[in-house]
Design a protein around this ligand. Structure first.
Ligand code: F2R
Ligand code: MG
Ligand code: MG
Length: 305
């Protein structure tokens, strides 16, 4: 693939995360019926984008994955005003109190670890850097997830989100089939909960299901398994337009910023930067820096070759 197309796709995915997150922020936690109009876009992003920036910064600064560096980057960037779930800040506190960085997340939720979508929502940079190396993608998605989300379903959510971004980078929109896309994700997944949800997503596509049915079958919650397949579906059912995919994602309400961020990451990787409405990118906080991180991820990718 030519370098300028890859650059546009890397930028599209990173900016798409920020745009989807900022668009969903004002309606996070709302019932879908309250999100009938597109929310006002003020460009302010939340923990989803802050952590995605952290993943990208760490991969770029180290030149690959280093768990201790990545968790310290999350801790350095942590701004409580960004609306974090309870899990990650609890892990940061445990580490500050002397807990080991590589086991702290396992203490959460009675020793089961978190299955929240907090690792999946930040997985786009992993999907970009390893878009043509599926085994390495899985390894890094798992290990970067484990830093805060140790439950197998939290981890697998991050793997699927990263792989969806990777597939979107590789896909040429002129020959895209959403059913093949869902099937490939399903065959990559190692957890039956996700395989079943991805099969459900394909059925919903065939049925041209309404929003109520999509929410009741796939979910719009904070659990990774009730939001990652939903975000994938939002992209697959609206692949013709970035704008349509993210507006549809946030219109589902519930965890709207996160479903918006994940659908935006996939859709942005598929369409590239130029298909994201210019007004949204102009208003997005730190858009230039986010685009620069995308460029640095691409430089690193091309250096590896
Ligand atoms: N936290 C929010 N939004 C709340 C409102 C923010 C408000 N607008 C504001 O500005 O203050 N959003 C962000 O959190 C979600 C990601 O959460 P994450 O990082 O996964 O957190 P956590 O705590 O690990 O998991 C979330 C919840 O899931 C349930 N849960 C997880 N594992 C569980 C387990 N093993 N057993 C039982 N329950 C489990 C818990 O309720 C967790 O608190 C994103 O939406 C992001 O935008
Ligand atoms: Mg958020
Ligand atoms: Mg959220």
């Amino acid at each position: 693939m030519d370098r300028s197309l890859l650059r546009s796709k890397f930028r599209g995915s990173m900016l798409g995360t920020g745009v989807g997150d900022a668009l969903g922020r004002p309606v996070e936690g709302c019932a879908p019926r309250l999100v009938e109009e597109p929310p006002e876009f003020d460009g302010r992003y939340t923990d989803d984008t802050e952590m995605t920036i952290g993943v990208a910064e760490s991969l770029v600064e180290v030149g690959g994955f280093d768990g201790e560096h990545m968790i310290k980057t999350f801790m350095r960037n942590y701004d409580p005003k960004r609306g974090y779930g309870p899990g990650p800040p609890a892990v940061f506190r445990l580490i500050e109190l002397g807990e080991r960085w590589d086991t702290a997340s396992m203490i959460l939720f009675g020793g089961r670890g978190s299955f929240g979508n907090g690792a999946a929502m930040r997985a786009a940079p992993v999907g970009l850097l390893y878009f043509d190396e599926p085994e390495e993608l899985r390894r890094v998605a798992e290990r970067s997830s484990l830093l805060t989300h140790a439950h197998p379903l939290g981890v697998e959510g991050a793997v699927i989100q990263a792989y969806a971004v990777a597939l979107a980078v590789k896909t040429n929109p002129s020959s895209f089939d959403p059913r093949d896309f869902l099937e490939e994700l399903e065959s990559f997944s190692r957890e039956e909960v996700y395989r079943e949800a991805l099969r459900d997503a394909a059925r919903l596509l065939n049925e041209k299901a309404d929003k109520k049915k999509v929410i009741s079958r796939l979910g719009n919650g904070v659990e990774a398994f009730r939001s990652v397949p939903t975000a994938v579906y939002c992209f697959a059912a609206n692949a013709e337009s970035f704008e349509k995919a993210v507006l549809y994602a946030v219109s589902l309400g519930g965890d709207a910023d996160t479903i918006g961020a994940m659908a935006g990451a996939i859709s942005g990787a598929y369409h590239g930067e130029d298909k994201i409405p210019v007004e949204w990118v102009k208003r997005l906080e730190k858009a230039e820096y986010i685009a620069l991180l995308a460029d640095k991820l691409l430089e690193l990718k091309l250096k590896e070759k």
